[in-house]
Write a protein that binds this ligand. Structure first.
Ligand code: FAD
Length: 459
């Protein structure tokens, strides 16, 4: 008698972007698929995200006159990570981001297009962030779940992966799953795809691998416990870049909503409690969290104006902040300083200095070049922000086909990983994250994993 209650061809753990895309790709290729998800609804880190994804060389870019290709994207990834990342994974992401995205658009009707509000910035040398205009990550993941349902793919919710079993040849044969009532079920599988997100919610792991984040709030998914990474490592998988993560310096306090990056890119500033700037706001979207965390009380204020607000008003996060009337507004820099508890003389000087640097087209006191954006002008708006850890970027080492690698560098025969569970391409720490690489890793590796798993069972 089999040790398993039943067996499936492709078993996917986690139903965020990576798991959903992997399941759709495997089913499209003719495999029988079961998806297992701990939560009782679609969400994950994907549901909390801004829903933006990088892809290079898409039709939508071409329609907007943006010349981009896989080689340029690859060069950007390597440059941002200072070459301290795996070129094989970088190449796989650069080569497959556009085909994966366009397959989702063409085959599954996902309404993604180039986000023209997001300038080429923070290491992306081309405009290549794609999204669903006016919608964020929750809409993305709900739409993906609707497509799972349309495709007739089975989804086991409120069910948690607790163990993975391999045979004597290190081939995955099945898993143990914990159901909502506590019962343990043993399910056999021909191939296994680990898409269970990262480990940002696992304080023991973040303390071990990224101790400097203890000063940061955690603003990622509470289900990112890293079990899939831990279980993979137990099987002999290699792990890498465990100190890599995306921090974010613009989590509004107390609303807990991200200020979208275009607010800075269009000319917004960040000042500290006294009203002084402390970083070039256009340099490093993720690494900026540390200069902020070291400011007095670890708080900052994002200063912007009506023009910037109008440019960004349709971005869901800013739209919500506007509905909540979250920004302090004032007619002059001095009045704004009084409202936010900053030094009026300091804030006036800060804003005046940025305005004159923008006019002169010269780098300002913090080294920002004002070549493509105007600085804020009265009347002003200000949002209070703190620094946070959003998601981890290290995990199971995979190859260019999303196959999990053992510690000796050879691939497991039938184990795949993607998204937050896999090593991404952000280097070893907080400074190597390119905007939107989280979902790029989830979708692209998910697509590769789903196709690779289906090819194995179809063999
Ligand atoms: C606030 C915020 C904004 C962001 N914005 C962006 C953005 O605009 N663009 C971008 O590229 N990235 C963004 N990111 C990062 C991005 O959200 C993640 O990189 C991406 O969603 C990871 O996808 P995933 O499928 O790997 O993980 P998830 O979406 O987290 O999915 C993993 C799923 O696995 C389930 N799970 C976990 N453990 C188990 C288990 N043991 N058994 C069963 N199920 C399990 C979880 O419940 C979860 O649903 C953002 C992150 C945050 C927090």
């Amino acid at each position: 008698m089999s040790r398993f209650d039943f067996t499936v061809q492709v078993l996917v753990i986690g139903a965020g972007a990576c798991g959903a895309v992997a399941a759709l790709a495997a089913a499209d290729a003719g495999a029988g698929v079961l998806v297992v998800e701990r939560d009782d609804r679609a969400g994950g880190s994907t549901g909390m995200s801004q829903g933006l994804v990088c892809a290079a060389g898409t039709r939508s870019q071409a329609a907007h006159g943006i010349a981009d290709d896989a080689d340029t994207f690859f060069a950007d990834i390597m440059a941002k990570a200072r070459s301290e990342t795996d070129p094989v994974i970088a190449r796989a992401l650069a080569d497959n981001s556009a085909p994966a995205l366009e397959w989702l658009i063409d085959r599954h009707g996902l309404p993604w297009e180039l986000d023209t509000r997001f300038r080429a910035s923070y290491g992306n040398s081309r405009q290549r962030l794609h999204g669903w205009p006016g919608h964020g990550g929750l809409d993305m993941v709900q739409l993906l779940h609707a497509r799972l349902s349309d495709a007739g793919i089975d989804l086991l919710m409120k069910t948690t992966l607790v163990d993975i079993f391999a045979d004597e040849e290190n081939r995955i044969v099945g898993v143990a799953l914990k159901r909502a009532d506590g019962a343990i079920e043993h399910v056999g599988c021909e191939t296994l795809i680990l898409a269970a997100g990262g480990f940002g919610a696992n304080r023991a792991m973040t303390a071990r691998y990224m101790p400097e984040t203890r000063l940061l709030r955690y603003n990622g998914h509470e289900g990112s416990h890293g079990e899939a990474i831990i279980l993979g490592e137990k099987l002999g998988a290699a792990i890498a870049d465990m100190g890599a993560y995306q921090g974010y310096a613009m989590l509004t306090d107390p609303q807990g909503i991200s200020v979208p990056p275009p607010v800075l890119l269009e000319g917004g500033l960040i000042v500290n409690r006294t009203g002084a700037r402390f970083t070039d706001e256009t340099l490093d979207i993720a690494g900026m969290v540390h200069p902020l965390a070291s400011q007095p009380d670890g708080i900052g204020w994002v200063i912007y104006d009506a023009r910037i607000e109008a440019h960004c008003a349709a971005i869901p996060e800013l739209a919500t902040l506007m509905e909540l009337n979250a920004a302090k507004t004032a007619a002059t820099a001095e009045d704004l300083a009084r409202l936010i508890g900053a030094d009026p003389a300091q804030l006036s000087e800060t804003i005046a200095e940025a305005q004159s640097a923008a006019l002169e087209d010269a780098p300002d006191a913090v080294g920002r070049h004002w070549t493509t954006a105007a600085s804020p002008h009265a009347p002003f708006r200000a949002l209070r922000v703190v620094g946070a850890l959003y998601h981890t970027q290290g995990g199971l080492q995979v190859d260019g086909q999303a196959r999990v690698l053992r510690q000796d560098g050879t691939p497991f025969a039938n184990l795949f990983a993607g998204g937050g569970t896999a090593r991404s391409v952000s280097g070893p720490s907080s400074w190597g994250y390119l905007p939107a690489m989280g979902l790029t890793t989830a979708i692209t590796l998910g697509w590769l994993a789903g196709r690779g798993a289906a090819a194995l069972v179809n063999d």
